[in-house]
Structures are given as C-alpha cells and as structure tokens.
Design a protein. Structure first.
Length: 594
C-alpha cells in the first residue's frame, strides 16, 4: 500500500462519515419533530417502547441520536425512566439497519439484476435526483429529501472508496498479522469500544469494519469481539450528553451502558462456551459485510430478548449507581417550568421549536391571567391579588429570558425555511407577551394607588372603564387562542378589533374631558384614567403584533407595517365593517350618567 492508496482511504473515510452525517440530519429534519412526538407520547407499553426505539432509530440512522433524545426526555420530565428503558433497547436493534444497507456493497455477481441492487449502481442516479431537488426546489421538505439522497450516495461512494483503497492491504503480512491480535476477545472489545467512542457512531464504526472485511484479511474470530466492543463504545455519546443533566437523565445513560456491558458479558459467555463445545468452523473463515451485519443484529436482538424481562432490575441498578439526592426533588420542582427546553433537543430543531412553543403557551396563559387579575383589581381592590400579579410578572420575565436564550442557541443551528420562520415568530411573540405582562403590572400599580388612597371613579367613568376592560380582555383571550392554534384566518380579525379599541379609548378620553369641565371628575383621577386606558391600548397593540406574528408563519409578505398599511380601510370596506361590529359589541354606556 503506497501513499496514494492511503490518501484514497482517508478520502473514502471522510466521504463515508460525511455522508452518514448528511443522511442522518436530512432524515431528522424531514421528520419535522414527528418521530420525537411519537416517542414522547407512545412509550407506556414496554414492548411498544422497544418497537418504537427500533423504528425511530431505523429512520434517523443513529442509535446515539435516539438515546441522547431519550436522555433529554427524561431530563425534562417528559418521559419516565421506566419508559426510557425499552426505547434504549430498541435503539440498539434499529441502528443495525445501516449495516445491512452497507452490506449490499459487497455483492459480487455478474448477474445484471443483482448488479442493479448494488448501491454503487443506483447511487449515481439517486445523487443526481438529490442535487436537482436541492438546486431547483425552494420547498423545505423537497430540499431535505434531496439532502437525504445525496447523503446516502456519498455514504455508499465513501464505503466503496475505502474498500478499494484497502484491498492492497490484504497482501501486506504486517496488516493481516495485526488482526490475529484481535482474536483475544477482550482486546477486540477494547479496540471496538475505543474506535466507536472516538467517532461516536456504532453505525459508522461497523461500516468501517465492513470495509476492512472486503480486504479478505479479517476472520470472524477477530470481528466478533470488535462488534461487541462497538456496541459499548456507542454509549459514550449518551454519557457525555448526561453531564449536567438531572440524576434521572444520568440514570438513563447508565442504563444504556449497563444494557451493552451486561449484554456483551452474557453474549460472550454463551457464544464462546458453545464455540468451545461445538467448535464453530466459520470462526476461522474470512468475514464479509453480510456476516458482520448478521452478527451485529444477532447480538442486539439477543441482548434485548435476554434483558427486556429484567428491565426493572436495570432501572434499580441505575438507582444504586446514581443514588437519590435530597435536593433532587426540590430542583426538579424549581426547574419544571422550563425543563421541556432541553439543550439535547437542539440537534432536532423542529422538535426543539415544538418544545419552545409549548413553553411559550404557558407564558401566554400567565400573561393573560395576570392582565385579567390586574383588571379586576381596578374595580375591587385586593392586596393579595396585586401581590400575585407582581409574582406572575416576575415569572413571565423569567420565561422571557429562558425562551429567548433557548431560541438564540437554536438560531445557530441549520434550520429549514419553515423552522426559521417559526423561530422568528416565537422570538417576536415572547417579546409581545412579556410587554403585556408589564402593562398588567402597570395596571396593578394604578389599582394600588386607587386602593391606598381609597379613591373611586364616578359611576359613569367606572361603567365605561369596565366595558373598555372587557374589550381588551377579549382581544387578549382571542389573540392567545390564535397563537395557540396558529389560525391565520382568525388572526386577520385582530387588527380591526385593535382599531375599535383605539376608537373606544379616544371616546373615553373625550367623555372624561367633558366631565372634567362640568366638575364631575378631578384632574388627579383623570391622570389615573389616562394611565389605565393607555396601558390597555398598548396591550391591544401587542395583541395585534401576536396575530401578525402568526400570519408571518404562513405568509412571507405579512410584515407588520406593510400589512397594516395595505389594508383597505375606507368606508364600507370589509375592515370598516369589522371595526363597526366590534364597536357595537362593546358600545359604551349612555352619557347621561353621573
């Protein structure tokens, strides 16, 4: 093997690893978070959890990604530790699909149809289709499909390049002699674990082993322990992801490690005991790609069937290794509000956005509730309610910091167009919700001033203010519901609603000035009334922003200023009719009161 063969092997390895990464990323993005939601919701049955782990991992082509995801679910409280065990077991089986796909490269036959099945025969076509999809399509899903096809093709070309570059090694005695060392099972396990821990992918590690097997210099006696070690090495990714996580999340990663260590020990005991008795002839034969795939699958199926009945025991063992902490429950309660936004989900942007959206909905409910409570306190002073509004405002501020920080981290990831627009929508919405909460606090301060000085508005002013408060409360309720459901059509009705609130505010101020001239109201109370109506009007503005944020998610040109400026508002227009309907619904009381 000369320098050029070495360079070709390094190039093939680079293509292989990059293709696997591209394929896995494309599959995750194309799933749009759906696979993660399935894992989140359908893991109560342990056998079902195993099957889900198999299915999800087979689709995203990475047991490490599935296990890290599960660690995140456990850390955030979405999934119980008992539910995670089955998914982890299934993930180990699901990752073997990759080795079966790679084994197709080893097909040797002159038959035309068998040659067509060989990936190097159809990969060029898939690569061309993928490139066309990437270059010609603006649709995110079609582009992701293109990346999947290109990733698969690069993976297969890399595998072929490695195999071709390694063929000269079969005539080098030093190279072939190297693998006789690995007939020592413990050394083979150590090497397999080390290589997999470094590249953090058992699929890639097994693929490299399959490429080596094509040189015809590796026997099954050498390959078997390496495969066992590869399954242990893949646990490193989950262990690393659990650093800084909750103790339960650490237990999930420990279960993954225990599963593979105990499974390896059991498999070795049974396999080598039988080999000692029956003397398996194939152990001295040279391994091929299909044989590697079969052993990889057989080991993981054997381990799952063996340990699934003892899943509870694995869970108890993880509690022995990661002992409960007195602060564990307390910390879980303190962080429960934001635990859904686990940083492990950042590698799956669509799902991370779903989690951020769920947390933002909690923030929206808090902001809405604080406004209603502050509004009630304007007419019925209650010190405890005002204290609760202040507490809620501080909580909303923390939501703002946590969600904005999480979305900022997510913005640095490779997002498709739809995810990028949803991220922008959430970032803007979080700001509007935080401002609604601030205005609720301002209203609470107005209520506090009225209560401490034992002042009340005139009967007429209070009736007008109650009607105005009802209108603002309704626009907040409607806007939050639109944000919850993403109803872009309903969002179009918020702007005329907001316009009606502007008109109501002007009318209330005009009526106040008339009462002031007649001596029916004081200037001091007028300042308080102005503060209240101004805060209400600004709340309505932020509701309008929320609605436009939702519209922007589905309509590229729905930018706030352009959208508002371009609405036909003339007399008799649809907008004008909706404004009049709102004014009729919240018509102020007659002016002849006191």
């Amino acid at each position: 093997m000369d320098l050029f063969d070495l360079l070709a092997m390094i190039g093939g390895l680079a293509l292989f690893l990059y293709g696997m990464n591209l394929l896995s990323d494309g599959l995750e993005k194309l799933s749009g978070g759906r696979l993660e939601r399935i894992l989140e919701n359908l893991t109560n049955n342990r056998l079902g959890a195993v099957l889900l782990g198999v299915g999800v991992t087979a689709v995203i082509q990475s047991s490490s990604a599935t296990t890290v995801m599960v660690v995140g679910f456990v850390n955030s409280g979405i999934m119980k530790l008992s539910q995670a065990v089955g998914v982890i077991m299934g993930a180990n089986i699901g990752t073997t699909i990759t080795s079966w796909l790679l084994s197709l490269t080893g097909i040797e036959s002159g038959n035309f149809f068998l040659q067509l099945v060989k990936p190097t025969s159809f990969s060029p076509i898939l690569a061309m289709i993928g490139v066309i999809l990437i270059m010609s399509s603006k649709n995110g899903r079609k582009r992701e499909a293109g990346y999947i096809l290109v990733g698969f093709s690069i993976l297969m070309f890399g595998m072929e390049a490695m195999s071709q570059a390694m063929k000269p090694l079969s005539t080098v005695p030093q190279f072939t002699g190297l693998f006789t060392m690995f007939k020592n099972p413990f050394l083979g396990i150590a090497v397999g674990a080390l290589v997999t821990a470094v590249i953090q992918s058992s699929s890639a590690s097994v693929g490299i082993l399959q490429a080596l097997c094509m040189t015809g210099s590796i026997s099954y006696a050498s390959a078997v322990p390496i495969i066992l070690g590869q399954n242990i090495g893949t646990c490193v990714t989950a262990l690393m992801s659990s650093v800084g996580a909750s103790r339960n999340a650490k237990r999930a990663s420990v279960i993954h490690l225990l599963f593979n260590i105990v499974g390896t020990a059991a498999f070795m005991t049974v396999f080598y005991a039988m080999h000692a008795i029956f003397q398996f002839g194939f152990m001295q034969e040279m391994a091929d790609s299909a044989g590697i795939a079969l052993i990889h699958t057989g080991f993981n199926v054997f381990t799952t069937l063996l340990l699934l009945p003892f899943a509870d025991l694995l869970e108890k063992l993880s509690f022995i290794l990661i002992r409960p902490d007195g602060e564990e429950e307390k910390q879980a309660g303190e962080n429960a509000l934001f635990s859904k936004m686990d940083e492990r989900f950042l590698n799956t942007p669509s799902f991370a956005l779903e989690q951020a959206h769920t947390v933002t909905l909690k923030m929206a409910d808090l902001a809405k509730e604080s406004l209603h409570m502050a509004s009630e306190s304007l007419f019925s002073y209650d010190k405890k309610i005002l204290q609760e509004v202040e507490r809620m405002e501080q909580t909303v501020d923390r939501y703002d910091d946590e969600i904005s920080g999480y979305l900022t981290k997510l913005s640095g990831r490779n997002l498709n167009d739809q995810d990028s627009r949803k991220l922008n929508m959430l970032l803007h919405s979080v700001g509007d919700l935080e401002r609604i909460s601030d205005h609720a606090m301002n209203l609470a301060d107005c209520a506090k001033e009225l209560g401490k000085k034992n002042r009340r508005f005139s009967e007429t002013a209070e009736a007008e203010l109650k009607r105005f408060s009802q209108a603002v409360g309704d626009i907040v309720d409607t806007s939050v519901e639109i944000f919850r459901t993403g109803n872009a059509e309903a969002a179009r009705e918020i702007e005329p609603f907001e316009e009606a609130i502007d008109i109501l505010q002007k009318e209330i101020k005009k009526r106040h000035m008339k009462r002031l001239r007649k001596g029916k109201c004081t200037a001091q109370m007028g300042f308080v009334l102005s503060d209240i109506t101004n805060n209400y009007e600004r709340v309505a503005d932020h509701c309008s922003n929320l609605a436009i944020n939702v519209m922007q998610l589905y309509e590229e040109d729905a930018y706030a200023h352009e959208y508002i400026d371009n609405i036909p508002k003339g007399k008799g227009s649809a907008f004008d009719k909706m404004v009049r309907e709102c004014l009729k619904r919240y018509e102020l009381p007659e002016k002849n009161g006191k």
